[in-house]
Design a protein around this ligand. Structure first.
Ligand code: RB5
Length: 155
């Protein structure tokens, strides 16, 4: 497996976790590239609303610029809802190991989201490390179920 190209993104309510996980991913040999789409403290766009972050991440994956994204906001919900607006993108909010695993192995999600106001930092970092270890099996029984979604979108 070649390294993953992973987008990290957040609104101002998730930026601290985004920066911590970006640092972890940058030191992980399973990761080829970390693409930070902001927000960034001190930048003009620091207060950019969460939908812009989720939409930008989803568009970049759709366009082949990245393999996956991990996004943060206050709850993780808003950035997931936004990313899921992009055809072909499956984003899930998950704050436990089992859901993180299933988001990839059952649902073939390319996007994991978490809430900085919901989960502790060390658990978020742990879950991010676990998440990049999972790869969807296109020959699994889950593939036909995911296909129902992609067929609906016309992908
Ligand atoms: C703050 O704007 C907060 O509402 C946001 O980060 C997120 O939790 C929305 O889903």
């Amino acid at each position: 497996m070649t390294g993953l190209r992973i987008i990290v993104g957040a609104d101002e309510a998730g930026v601290d976790y985004k920066d911590a996980v970006a640092s972890d991913l940058g030191a992980d040999p399973r990761v080829a590239e970390v693409i930070d789409i902001g927000v960034t403290r001190g930048d003009d766009d620091f207060t950019k609303p969460y939908p812009h972050v989720g939409l930008a991440a989803g568009q970049a994956i759709r366009d082949g610029l990245a393999d996956r994204a991990i996004l943060f906001c206050g709850t993780g919900l808003g950035v997931a809802i936004a990313a899921n607006k992009i055809d072909g993108i499956r984003a899930a909010t998950a704050h436990d190991s089992f859901s993180v695993e299933r988001s990839v192995l059952s649902n073939n999600c390319q996007v994991l989201t978490m809430g900085q106001r919901v989960v502790g930092l060390e658990l978020a970092r742990w879950l991010a490390r676990e998440w990049i270890g999972y790869t969807f099996d296109p020959d699994s029984a889950s593939a036909a179920k995911v296909k129902i979604l992609t067929d609906y979108e016309g992908c």
